[in-house]
Design a binder for this molecule. Structure first.
Ligand SMILES: *Cc1c(COP(=O)(O)O)cnc(C)c1O
Length: 393
């Protein structure tokens, strides 16, 4: 007699996943194959920014799929042109290159900076990045990331990414040499547990990089597209980077990312950069639909109001259960639990029909749909209160 195989046996086991299988989603709700519903405050890691299967994304996908799906990056297509125009106009940057994942966009940013260094800074190639920063899972972006657990993984690393602690401007100054071409960071470190770089630090970095003639690269893959209450997080610091990457929310759930840069920095030559699926009309049509929603009058005001409401709810919860502070911006928030009860809370919440993420054992991260309703926020807080009561401290 043979032992029945797990239905998951054909999938590479790359993360500890609960034995739940999701089949449907609508707005802030997911449904598993048993029909049980879950209030989703993870949203694919801040990816499905308009919620699950939102009408504008479904419409863009179905309409564009019937017209043109892919015509090769060897030719221009209507949708890539349209999205590049809209994103450059919205960001104040001049040119865009589209990619299929955040890591790929960051890989492009690294290549662009190195090319610029080769042309304009005597072959400089080092990019100063931050301790605990996260930029993706390709070899170069893992090397650029400052995740302590990755330090000895997949050796040898791609060289050229000296790390500094986030928030320490003197450390950045000390790390800049003739070999330095750029400073690269997230405006709010997401995977590290929602750690804001801080407005003063971002301003100081902008000033410093300008003075030293090097590039400022902002990884807005998690913070961009309205997540922090403004279209891009850099706007809140009153600065503009030389290079920015977008991903996650840009596609509202479909694989779409972008590398944007100032004209003077855009120095790729033919053959330097490309990709089979890059800038395909199907994904770009979705990107335009998502951007139109987020920039519609009142949308970002709603995100700010929802963020404030969630913040208040979490503060109330923290007082009731003896947790610590709330941090973050807009609808990218974290709650300091002060104890390593995060995984237990996430597990109990799943059982109770609430999807949460604990990026660190002592931290819960909240990245709901930007369209989450007041009622759903209240529902989430009630459910979480119950979960915390069950888990205890
Ligand atoms: C998710 C993320 C990435 C990587 O994006 P992928 O699409 O998973 O490759 C890079 N940087 C930041 C800040 C992210 O949050």
């Amino acid at each position: 007699m043979s032992i029945p195989q797990s239905p998951f046996a054909a999938l590479m086991d790359i993360a500890p996943r609960p034995p739940v299988v999701f089949a449907d989603g609508q707005g802030s709700w997911l449904y598993d194959t048993q029909g049980k519903r879950y209030l989703d405050l993870v949203q694919g890691w801040a990816v499905t920014c308009l919620g699950h299967s939102p009408a504008p994304v479904v419409k863009a996908l179905t309409e564009q799929a019937a017209r043109l799906i892919n015509c090769s990056p060897a030719y221009h297509n209507e949708q890539a042109v349209k999205l590049a125009q809209a994103l450059t106009r919205a960001s104040g940057l001049d040119q865009a290159f589209f990619a299929n994942s955040g890591a790929e966009a960051n890989e492009g940013a690294i290549k662009l900076a190195r090319k610029w260094g080769e042309k304009h800074r005597g072959g400089a190639y080092e990019i100063v990045t931050t301790v605990n920063g996260f930029h993706g899972r390709t070899l170069a972006t893992m090397s650029a990331s400052g995740k302590p657990a990755w330090k000895t993984l997949f050796e040898p690393k791609v060289p050229g990414f000296p790390k500094v602690p986030l928030g320490d401007i003197a450390a950045v100054e000390g790390a800049i040499t003739d070999r330095t071409v750029a400073v690269m960071l997230e405006p709010i470190q997401g995977e590290a547990g929602v750690i804001p770089a801080g407005i003063e630090y971002l301003k100081a970095l902008r000033e410093l990089t300008e003075k030293r003639g090097i590039l400022l690269i902002l990884d807005e893959i998690q913070t961009g597209m309205g997540r922090t209450g403004s279209l891009f997080a850099f706007e809140q610091a009153g600065i503009r980077p030389d290079v920015m990457t977008l991903g996650k929310g840009l596609g509202g759930g479909v694989p779409l990312a972008a590398l944007l840069a100032r004209r003077e920095v855009c120095c790729f030559e033919y053959g330097d950069q490309g990709g089979t699926f890059n800038g395909n009309p199907l994904m770009c049509a979705v990107g335009s639909a998502v951007l139109a929603e987020i920039t519609a009058p009142g949308f970002l005001d709603r995100v700010q109001a929802a963020g404030a409401r969630l913040w208040k709810g979490l503060e109330t919860l923290a007082v009731r259960h003896g947790y610590g502070a709330v941090r973050g911006q807009g609808l990218l928030l974290a709650l300091d639990l002060k104890k390593p009860v995060g995984p237990a809370i996430v597990e109990q919440a799943l059982a109770d029909g609430l999807l949460l993420n604990a990026p660190r054992p002592d931290t819960l991260r909240f990245m709901p749909a930007l369209t989450i309703s007041d009622t759903e926020i209240a529902q989430a807080m009630t459910m979480l209160d119950g979960v915390c009561g069950k888990v205890g401290g």
